[in-house]
Design a protein around this ligand. Structure first.
Ligand code: NAD
Length: 296
């Protein structure tokens, strides 16, 4: 039976490392890194996600800035809030919680976030940097998946990884990060023919389809590592895209839901926030060194 990868424990260790970096940043610069969360409307799931992110940030020594806008807010209201946070030196990172209400254009609003504060890694620029293999802030959920695989010592170089799902949020950046680690990547999606035949080829299977119990024992090569990104609320609590019981009998490694990828997403967000603060501070210092009054 599969070794269960304990995302909660890996996330706890990651958050402790981030808290150490945040404390060092504060000691050096006199101000803590700051995370601004922006929530539009009252979607209950989004409220829970934002509350968890804010609490985790505070616990890691990251200053909490939060803006809650009415569901009927106009695009200009949001643009104003994002511009204010962009100009606020105490704010290292800005996260716009998705989805936004129907009348708003989520991707267009995300693109208003200054690239050096894009801690969700979802702006067009950040995604382009990732696609080009250039340094930048990386999307949190795929980063968390990589950290989970590394924590279990599942080798990526040369391995055949099948990613189920091609969203901008998870599937596509997941594939890019895996390519950056020299994996052999296949992306499957809703139009893929004979999904079962494709996923059975995977040494590592990352599932982000948003379909409960899509992946059954038949879909999995014996011994494969299976990472379940899906989250669904069922009458028995949270569940993923993988039929946990039957797949755990076949897979070599498996992540649970809850307690797998979810906590890693938050851990990656906190790490990105401190990285954003560090990168900005380093950029400011090097500009200062180049300025004439320092030379004199
Ligand atoms: P999405 O709906 O934007 O994309 C789903 C993708 O899955 C699409 O590319 C689609 O082509 C593919 N797909 C759908 N049905 C399929 C099928 N039957 N066979 C093969 N492919 C299929 O969703 P998303 O934003 O990428 O999220 C996916 C899931 O991950 C959701 O359940 C979401 O709640 C969850 N999620 C979890 C976290 C986390 O932190 N754990 C973060 C983000 C999303």
């Amino acid at each position: 039976t599969a070794a269960i990868i304990d995302g909660a424990a890996v996330a706890r260790a990651s958050r402790a490392r981030t808290a150490g970096r945040a404390a060092a940043f504060r000691a050096r610069h006199g101000v803590a890194p700051g995370l601004a969360t922006v929530l539009v409307g009252d979607d209950p799931a989004s409220e829970v996600y934002v509350r968890n992110k804010r609490r985790a940030a505070t616990e890691a020594g990251i200053a909490d800035f939060h803006r809650h806008l009415d569901a009927r807010s106009a695009p200009d209201d949001l643009a104003g809030v994002i511009a204010d946070l962009g100009a606020d030196h105490r704010v290292s990172g800005i996260l716009l919680q998705l989805p936004v209400p129907q009348h708003l254009d989520g991707p267009a609003l995300v693109d208003l976030i200054p690239p050096d504060k894009d801690v969700d890694g979802l702006t067009t620029l950040s995604q382009g940097l990732l696609a080009r293999g250039l340094p930048g802030l990386r999307p949190c959920t795929p980063s968390g998946v990589i950290e989970l695989l590394d924590s279990a010592d599942v080798g990526l170089a040369g391995a055949h990884v099948v990613v189920v799902g091609r969203s901008e949020l998870v599937g596509k950046p997941m594939a890019q990060l895996l390519l950056g680690r020299d994996a052999t990547v296949t992306i499957a999606h809703s139009r893929t023919r004979n999904l079962e035949a494709v996923t059975r080829e995977a040494d590592i299977l990352v599932v982000a389809a948003g379909r409960p119990a899509l992946i059954t024992a038949r879909h999995v090569k014996p011994g494969a590592a299976v990472i379940d990104v899906g989250i669904h609320r069922t009458s028995h609590g949270l569940a993923g895209d993988v039929a946990f019981d039957e797949v755990s009998a076949v897979a070599g490694y498996l992540t649970p839901v809850p307690g797998g990828v979810g906590p890693m997403t938050i851990a990656a967000l906190l790490s990105n926030t401190v990285s954003a603060a560090e990168i900005r501070a380093a950029a400011t210092e090097s500009t200062d060194r180049r300025s004439p009054h320092h030379v004199l």
